[in-house]
Design a binder for this molecule. Structure first.
Ligand SMILES: Cc1ncc(COP(=O)(O)O)c(C=O)c1O
Length: 438
């Protein structure tokens, strides 16, 4: 038993369970998988080495592993309506790395993705990531309203002639028009990769359009709105196979042996379970409720005077622009954590703040909806968020890093004792008891 053999780690697990139970989980990229998914994740498949692909392995003893991987592939193909899936990427970043390895030539090929500062992911060409270091990159941004500007994206693509255009984001609250992206990619002869990591569950539930007809390749993490274990899928569409009949085999080779060794087959088993869950009727209802909750939360936050990037939301996430509130995202996120509301600081379009103290907050409804919360609960949560932000001291950020650190450290100490926030934390804890995690 872990409790007796390793009490330190056992206690940390118990403490983490309590933290999750007593606070509101509003980080837009997080979710709570079912007990069955976790059962598969903790199963004996953790044992098995199985480099290669089903029925073509470099190890013996893969008879059951093969069946698990084939089931996961089949379920993913059916769910996303694509002809080919690789289920082996360890997570979303390696999935995007494998696609780039499969399609591009280091130092020669060019990637065009949404800028990190405007909601793109690191692996979409950010200079600090492998994608920005290994390949030439050019980014597009959002317009003044916080929306994708397809006309401008097209102009950049025509001028820059990227080899790969990536659409999809880590902090974009609106519908992505995959058809328009496809028109742009086709015009310049680029591959189109749709990274649907954040919205995969919404696509499955039919509340966000699918890129399957428009992109050549689709990547997704499996642990966000899709509600599976940590992991990722790479899918090749019919359009992708038409552009390059060898695309699927290039993807397979890029994942193994190109980038990874042995696949995590306990993860594959858990992905298979999650995909089965996502194909049921209740998952459709779940996705619909995620978006309804998000829209109500956004409308309530606006009533409290919050400015939202793009004015609202179409999906599971909301970006608050705090510039009218005399508080930055770092201060606000820590104050909210003290009050039991867990979300993350985030840059907003045209953010002039230093990256550690961005001007915004990102929050989402995927995990709260998994716990059974509905519109009524969103009204209450918006009210708490407003109360917390109103409690935040007005701190002007000094110019130097050193001075900022002194102020930040003092704020951290003071906020931990803020009575009003601790009172809200108690209310939140009481409220959460009605919505247990799966
Ligand atoms: C759009 C997008 N792509 C890829 C990733 C990377 O996933 P991971 O953190 O599993 O590597 C993320 C993670 O947040 C993401 O939001």
């Amino acid at each position: 038993m872990l409790k007796t053999k390793d009490p330190k780690i056992y206690n940390l697990i118990k403490k983490e369970e309590l933290r999750l139970k007593n606070t509101l989980q509003m980080i837009a990229s997080e979710n709570s998988p079912s007990k069955e998914v976790l059962e598969a994740l903790g199963s004996v498949f953790n044992f098995k080495y199985s480099e290669g692909y089903p029925y073509q392995r470099y190890y013996q003893g893969t008879v059951n592993t093969d069946e698990v991987e084939v089931a996961a592939e089949e379920r993913a193909r059916n769910l996303f309506k694509v002809p080919f899936v690789n289920v082996q990427p360890y997570s979303g970043s390696p999935a995007n790395a494998a696609v780039q390895l499969a399609l591009l030539k280091p130092l020669k090929s060019k990637i065009m993705g949404l800028s990190l500062a405007y909601g793109g992911h690191l692996t979409h060409g950010a200079s600090v990531s492998f994608s920005g270091k290994l390949f030439k990159t050019i980014s597009y941004e959002l317009n003044k309203e916080g929306l994708l500007d397809y006309g401008k994206i097209k102009k950049i693509a025509i001028k820059e002639k990227p080899d790969l255009i990536i659409c999809g984001a880590t902090a974009y609250p609106r519908i992505i028009d995959f058809k328009k992206f496809a028109e742009i990619a086709d015009k310049v002869g680029a591959y189109l990769l749709a990274d649907i990591s954040h919205i995969a569950g919404l696509i499955v539930a039919g509340v966000h359009p699918s890129p399957a007809r428009y992109a050549h390749i689709i990547t997704t993490t499996t642990h966000k709105t899709l509600r599976g274990p940590r992991g990722a899928l790479i899918m090749v569409t019919n359009k992708g196979i038409k552009k390059d009949p060898n695309l699927s085999s290039k993807i397979d080779k890029a994942v193994f042996p190109g980038l990874q060794g042995g696949p995590h087959q306990n993860q594959t088993a858990a992905i298979a379970v999650a995909l089965k869950e996502a194909s049921g009727r209740s998952f459709k209802k779940y996705g619909e409720q995620v978006v309804r909750n998000s829209k109500v939360l956004a409308a309530e936050l606006k009533k409290h005077g919050f400015n939202l990037v793009s004015g609202g939301t179409d999906n599971h996430l909301i970006l608050i622009d705090l510039r009218n509130k005399a508080v930055n995202g770092a201060i606000a996120a820590l104050a909210l954590e003290t009050a039991g509301i867990i979300l993350n600081k985030n840059a907003v379009p045209n953010d002039q703040n230093p990256p550690f103290y961005p001007a915004g907050l990102r929050l989402g409804t995927a995990a709260l909806t998994t716990q059974g919360m509905k519109e009524r609960e969103m009204v209450k949560i918006a009210k708490w968020i407003n109360e917390v932000i109103n409690e935040c001291p007005q701190i002007l950020l000094p110019k130097t890093k050193g001075e900022r650190k002194i102020i930040w450290d003092k704020f951290k100490k003071d906020i931990a004792k803020a009575e009003k926030l601790l009172k809200i934390a108690k209310e939140v804890k009481f409220f959460c008891a009605r919505f247990p995690l799966p």
